[in-house]
Design a protein around this ligand. Structure first.
Ligand code: TXA
Ligand code: MG
Length: 340
């Protein structure tokens, strides 16, 4: 059995590498930067041409908005025209950290960042390398996750190297290696531009943590929205997908599913299998806590995808609120892999 992923330590900030990255950004180039969630593909947010280059490198449709990364709460006023008290309260509680706020944009947030929408996504990352880069650069960084559109998000510099690559052969001018991301899944996104706050994407900051800051009215709004949200994987955007078809299977059904699929080969992520019983391409042991499961999730998906199996089987995570973000990413991965 293999625990999957690794808990490699974060190397100290490499000041010379940060200086090189600032030079690249000022020239309108692209830098892959570690954050506590996933690696981002960063460009100068105030340079529309540089922002366009992000979309070209990823192969991403131009009407998708990107998150603008800032140093902290003091930058909100430059990018948003109206910051509701509740949004400010969340920023004060969770920044720097894995929280993105969607707000009414200011004139500075050009169409290239917002996909032509009247809103902008803002986040202050916590990772020491990202913070050092923001401080040295002095501006804001537009950055989606540093993967090709629809593919698995990167949580190590190696993931970025093998997916996008560094110039001259690859698509990124400079890849900063700040070690494996500590959280491993993308930020929680909350939209403050409607009547009530809306959770657009679950992340490490849970509904319960958001509600504790925002109060009971928000908890009710989140609960209503959850009840109304589409749960069928086919209706979700294709995202985070391995090339190998991926199936989510109830834990108790994994072994029988492997037998059913034979002679097709499988790579499996579960705690509920005795590998000696079965002929598997790869067996990774799933973590028991949402934190460590999230930390290893994308690294495990990359490994399962590279195992050369006909199919990936993943045991469904527990149906508990703490696993919301993980369930969301797994459903999207399953939907994307089947349809692509
Ligand atoms: O943790 C993260 O958020 C990572 C790191 C690099 O910060 N970034 C990330 O970016 O996941 P990306 O582009 O892969 O996902 C950003 C999501 C997209 O689903 C996008 O639609 C949404 O944020 N988003 C950005 N701006 C938005 C806006 N103005 N309104 C609605 N959604 C927005
Ligand atoms: Mg992404």
């Amino acid at each position: 059995m293999n625990r999957g992923g690794n808990q490699g330590a974060q190397p100290p900030v490499d000041v010379a590498a940060i200086a090189r990255a600032v030079t690249v950004l000022r020239a309108g180039g692209l830098v892959a930067v570690p954050t506590e969630t996933v690696y981002g593909l960063a460009a100068d947010a105030d340079n529309p041409r540089a922002v366009r280059a992000i979309f070209e490198a990823k192969g991403r449709p131009a009407d998708h908005p990107v998150i603008v990364h800032v140093s902290g709460v003091a930058d909100l006023a430059a990018w948003a025209v109206r910051v509701p008290d509740s949004a400010m309260a969340l920023a004060q509680a969770f920044w720097p950290g894995p929280l993105t706020l969607v707000l009414e944009r200011s004139a500075r947030a050009h169409d290239g960042l917002t996909g032509g929408q009247s809103t902008v996504g803002l986040r202050a990352p916590a990772h020491a390398w990202a913070r050092a880069l923001l401080a040295e650069f002095g501006g804001a960084l537009a950055a989606p996750s540093a993967n090709r559109f629809g593919r698995i998000s990167p949580t190590t510099a190696e993931h970025v190297r093998s997916d996008l690559g560094e110039r001259p052969a690859g698509r990124v001018d400079l890849i900063l290696d700040g070690g494996p991301c500590s959280l491993g899944i993308e930020s929680t996104i909350v939209d403050f531009t409607g009547r009530a706050p809306r959770l657009l994407r679950p992340g490490s900051i849970t509904r319960a943590q958001l509600s504790a800051v925002l109060g009971p009215a928000t908890k009710r709004a989140f609960d209503d929205e959850l009840a109304a949200a589409p749960r069928a994987p086919g209706r979700l955007e294709q995202h985070y997908a391995p090339r190998t078809p991926l199936e989510l299977v109830p834990p108790a059904r994994i072994a029988s599913r492997v037998h059913e699929l034979a002679p097709q080969t499988v790579a499996v992520l579960t705690r509920h299998l005795n590998e000696r019983e079965l002929n598997l391409k790869l067996l990774l042991e799933a973590s028991t806590t949402p934190e460590s499961f999230a930390h290893d999730l994308y690294a495990n998906l990359h490994r399962l995808d590279r195992a050369g199996a006909d199919r990936i089987l993943i045991a469904e995570p527990p149906a508990e609120p703490g696993w919301d973000a993980i369930r969301d990413r797994l459903l999207k991965a399953a939907a994307g892999s089947v349809n692509s």
